[in-house]
Design a binder for this molecule. Structure first.
Ligand code: HEM
Ligand code: MTE
Ligand code: MO
Length: 469
């Protein structure tokens, strides 16, 4: 910008304390952010960048790469950066350079970190979701794991501290379960239509059903001395090998009851759909806590800690919690809200898609297909679909499902139905709602379950379509 002084990185480096003011650079701009740091939505992390360039941090935290944030930053501009140095900063190390390549079937909502889901009609083509288009939700770069120095550390009160290589893990009894994994943000884009929410705008395909093979956590804990009658631990914390710039690992925890129950079926999985885990899905080992939110199914598992406390990780304490609709980012009491563990009942219409031109069958019906699932091992007992705002509900046929017992029913149910449509109408809105074995049913609208983070998006799925006769 004309008229402002030009600085070198060495000048900027001198401004990294409150007395000397706090400076940062971004592209060809130099900024004094002293008056902004206290109101930074991301907290004290911002201090890591003072006296230096923002690029390495913002390449990781892509939330910043929006026009709104650029505009905000420009308010603090005090100078220009030497163009040669700006170029060097821009070309600096990309923390995502070692990420794997991905199947084009996965449609990304964000590339760095990588987040992607398949098209809904692809999603329900198979009861077991092929690994190539199983949704991917990464918060950070995919770690590069060298098996020769990989071992999972396990510690906590009342158990023998243990370190386990993949080879040692594979010597223990191998269990295979079929389980659905779903992100708490699945279907967030629908909730965002009520009012904007924070987070990636997922469609209905941030969910998948796969077989997972590995060691049962309950057996492993028992083997290293866990005794339920004396142990005081309340949570099992998991840490991944993926690190934030502050060197905090991705993490999450589950209640101890789930972890030690043989019927809880928590697996330290090294195979997905019969093959070694792919890098995106957690190679070499990840947690599968079936019936529980995807966020706790920690990938690239590095450490397990038994504790009286939940995981201290950001994603357990400051994310993946629901709030009442009028709670704002300013009023949210993060410490008081319950972390999401078991997920509520959900369903989605996958065929047809929104605004499709749909052929009306000879019997004046349209064919509708989708999935339904509930957390906590609760089977789906019914799916209802309507084309006329609920005057007439039609029960769907549950075409593909598991015969697992209630409480251990980890897989989704695929359904199909022919819904009658009125002869005079050219446009209808399809609605679907599922009921689980506890007779929990999906809420009617997003308005009353809206929450700041856009999680638990399980209102009736509504799909407007055009009819073709
Ligand atoms: C979030 C601004 C530097 C880490 C945000 C948001 C804004 C912002 C506006 C909210 C974005 C949204 O919710 O859509 C800035 C500005 C910076 C800066 C103007 C520099 C002058 C940094 C640095 C780091 C960082 C250097 C990390 C080392 C984060 C994190 C969040 C965030 C982790 C997300 C917090 C959450 O998800 O709740 N920042 N930021 N920021 N920022 Fe920054
Ligand atoms: N584990 C690690 N280490 N890092 C992550 O970013 N993302 C979590 C979970 N485990 C994550 C992780 C979230 S939010 C979800 S929804 C699931 O992984 C997604 O699993 P998938 O990518 O295999 O579908
Ligand atoms: Mo997630």
């Amino acid at each position: 910008i004309d008229g402002l002084p030009t600085y070198k990185m060495a000048d900027v480096a001198k401004h990294s304390s409150a007395e000397k003011r706090l400076w940062v650079t971004y592209k060809e701009g130099v900024y004094d952010i002293t008056d902004f740091v206290d109101s930074h939505p991301g907290g004290e992390a911002i201090l890591m960048a003072v006296g230096s360039a923002l690029e390495p941090f913002w390449n990781l935290y892509a939330v910043h790469k929006t026009p709104q944030v650029t505009k905000l930053l420009e308010q603090y501009r005090i100078g220009n950066l030497d163009p040669a140095e700006a170029k060097e900063n821009a070309e600096g190390h990309d923390p995502y350079h070692a990420d794997p390549s991905r199947d084009p079937e996965l449609v990304p909502s964000n590339k760095k970190p990588f987040n992607a889901e398949p098209l809904p009609e692809r999603l329900i083509e198979n009861y077991i979701t092929p690994t190539e288009y199983f949704y991917v939700r990464n918060h950070l770069p995919v770690p590069v794991v060298d098996l020769s120095n990989y071992a999972i550390e396990i510690e906590g009160p009342g158990i023998k501290s243990t370190s386990l290589t993949l080879e040692e893990l594979k010597k223990m009894p191998k269990h295979t379960i079929t389980a659905t994994v779903m992100c708490a943000g699945n279907r967030r884009s629908e909730m965002s239509q009520v009012k904007e929410v924070k987070g990636l705008y997922w469609g209905p395909s941030a969910i998948g059903n796969a077989t997972w093979s590995g060691v049962k956590l309950s057996e492993l804990l028992e083997k290293i001395g866990f005794d339920e009658s004396t142990n005081e631990a309340l949570h099992v914390q998991f840490e991944g090998l993926d690190l934030t710039p502050e060197s905090n690992p991705y993490g999450g925890s589950i209640p101890i009851e789930k972890a030690v129950d043989p019927k809880g079926d928590v697996i330290l999985a090294y195979e997905m759909n019969g093959k070694p885990l792919t890098r995106d899905h957690g190679y070499p080992v990840r947690v599968i806590a079936p019936g529980i939110v995807g966020a706790r199914c920690v990938k690239w598992l590095n450490r397990i800690v038994l504790s009286k406390e939940e995981s201290p990780a950001f994603w357990q304490r400051r994310d993946y919690k629901g709030f009442s609709p009028n709670v704002t980012a300013e009023t949210a009491k993060w410490d008081e809200a319950a972390a999401i563990e078991e997920l509520p009942v959900i369903s989605a219409i996958c065929v047809p898609s929104k605004h499709d031109h749909v052929h009306v069958n000879d019997d004046s019906t349209v064919t509708v297909r989708g999935y339904a699932w509930s957390g906590g091992g609760r089977p789906i007992i019914r799916v209802d679909v309507t084309s006329d705002g609920g005057n007439r509900w039609v029960e769907a046929e549950l075409v593909e499902k598991s015969d697992a017992r209630p409480g251990r029913h980890w897989s989704w149910t695929l359904w199909e139905v022919k819904v009658p449509v009125t002869a005079s109408q050219n446009q209808v809105e399809l609605w679907a709602k599922a009921v689980d074995s506890s007779y929990n049913v999906q809420p009617e609208s997003f308005k009353h379950i809206w929450n700041i983070r856009g999680v638990l998006n399980n209102a009736y799925h509504r799909v407007p379509i055009n009819l073709v006769r």
